[in-house]
Each structure stands twice: as C-alpha cells, then as structure tokens.
Design a protein around this ligand. Structure first.
Ligand code: SF4
Ligand code: SF4
Length: 267
C-alpha cells in the first residue's frame, strides 16, 4: 500500500446505513482522512476514482450486475472489507432466501410483479437469493452490524493501517449483556440470540434498551451450542420457534457458514 492509502466505498443491495454511520463520525472522520485518502464515497463526495487500495463494500449481492461490479472492485483493491451484515453474511436481505421467489416479487411489487412474466419488459436479472460479498470474491475483513458500530469501524481500519490485528470480538453478546447488568430477555419470556451472536461493538444495546438480541452481528465463530440448547430447553423454546428467529438475519449464514452445524440449527 502507498504511504497514504487510498480508500473507496461501494454500495450494493442495502439501506446504506453503514456508510451513514461513517459519515456521522463528523470530526473524527476528519482525523481519518489525515491518514487515508478517500477517493470515492457516494454519500459524502461527488468525486470518484478507480485507483484505491482499500475497498469498503456495503450491501448484499442480488444481481448478476452486482457480481460484475464486485469483481471489478476486487481486481482494483488490495484489501476488500465488508461493512455491515448484508455484505458480511447476507444480513436482513437474506430473509427472502427462505421464501418462494414469486412471493418475494409480489410482496415487493404487488400487482406489478406480473411485469416479470412479460417477455417484452426490459428488466434486470435478479438472483433468488441475497448473498454476501464473500460468496463471490475474496474478502479480507468483515465489520458486521445492522448498522455497523462506527467505533468498531475505526478500530478495524486503524489496526489494518498499523499492521495490527483487526480480528473481531468472538465472544457472545451475553458477555456484554451481563457486564451491562441487564435482566435476561429469557427471564422476560422472550427468545434471545445473544448466547450465539457475536458480541463486542454493540455492547448488547438492544437488551439494554429493553428488547432482546436479534442476531444482527451474525454468529460467533464457535457457538456454544450445547449450552445454548440447555438454555432453550430450560425456557421451553421449540426448534421451530428458534429456526423462525434465524430467518431474520441468518438465512445465508446458517446454510453456508461453518456454524451451520451447530446443534439445533442445521437444516
Ligand atoms: S438477554 Fe440475551 S444477551 Fe442478555 S444474557 Fe439473556 S440471553 Fe444473553
Ligand atoms: S444486541 Fe444483538 S441485535 Fe442488538 S445490536 Fe447487538 S448483535 Fe445486533
């Protein structure tokens, strides 16, 4: 990488909330541009360059055109970093992966879904499944979250620039939740994915705010499936109820990730 690395941001299928989190860094963003030259960032600037060392990729991949763009990004960049859960493991977009594609189209377009059957309509192709960037190209690092935590973004980028270790936290959300002295959601009669969701970054914010962990940061690398099964049994959660929880963020991950074999969640 050059002395002052160049960076570019790219968005695919997603809400762009991760880029918004970065823009919202405000003054700290100015510190960042002291050490990284941002050459492309649609949410923050109009200039664009194809010359960049680090590519931040947001959103899931849902069309053949996305794949072409992503491959071009990959060939230009030395380092590709997925930002946000859609890019890292399909995220909330993969909720459609579990559903009949025709139903998905009808939910999105209503009566206009019929246009997909019109041979004269000039529509772009769409994959039936939403997939993460790593399903198509090599990705060096991931910063999960829906949206990402901007502190974690800074920590990851700083570690990369300093040649340090940008590894993500690999403890479950429960650890952060207990440090925050929250009442466990299971004790309130709710199903919580905290025991197998990657902690750090969010500091169990959803439980602290009175709800439960929905799993937006993806699974930890080695979920303690036995311990989680015991918790689920203790609180009378059925497999069907649990699998239903997984469809919000984890449809791609539970089918393709190494964690898919975790007890009670394999297909
Ligand atoms: S509320 Fe969820 S994250 Fe917190 S301790 Fe209970 S299971 Fe873990
Ligand atoms: S508590 Fe769970 S759902 Fe909420 S931000 Fe953290 S990982 Fe995401």
């Amino acid at each position: 990488m050059s002395e002052k690395p160049t960076a570019a941001f790219f968005d695919f299928a997603g809400c762009e909330g991760d880029q918004l989190e970065i823009v919202n860094l405000e003054e700290r963003l100015l510190d960042l541009v002291e050490v990284v030259e941002v050459v492309s960032f649609r949410e923050a600037m109009s200039e664009h360059s194809e010359d960049y060392d680090i590519a931040f990729v947001e959103g899931s991949i849902t069309t053949p055109h996305d794949v072409e763009r992503l491959e071009a990004v990959r060939s230009n960049a030395n380092i590709v970093i997925s930002i946000g859960s859609c890019s890292a493991f399909g995220g909330i977009n993969s909720i459609r992966n579990e559903q009949d594609f025709q139903t998905v189209k009808e939910r999105a377009y209503g009566a206009d879904a019929a246009m997909f059957d019109d041979p004269d309509a000039e529509l772009f192709d769409s994959f039936e499944q939403a997939q993460p960037a790593k399903a198509f190209v090599d990705v060096e690092y991931e910063i999960p979250g829906c949206p990402i935590d901007s502190e974690e973004f800074i920590q990851t980028l700083t570690a990369i620039l300093q040649g340090g270790d940008p590894s993500l936290a690999n403890h479950p959300v429960c650890v952060d939740c207990k440090l925050a002295e929250n009442t466990c959601a299971f004790d309130r009669g709710e199903i919580c994915l905290g025991p197998i969701t990657r902690g750090g970054g969010c500091d169990a914010t959803c439980v602290s705010q009175g709800t439960r962990c929905w799993g937006c940061r993806g699974m930890v690398d080695n979920p303690a499936e036995n311990a989680y099964s015991e918790v689920l049994q203790e609180y009378g959660v059925t497999t069907d109820e649990l699998v239903n929880e997984f469809t919000l963020y984890w449809s791609w991950q539970r089918e393709h990730g190494p964690q898919a074999k975790a007890q009670g969640i394999e297909q």
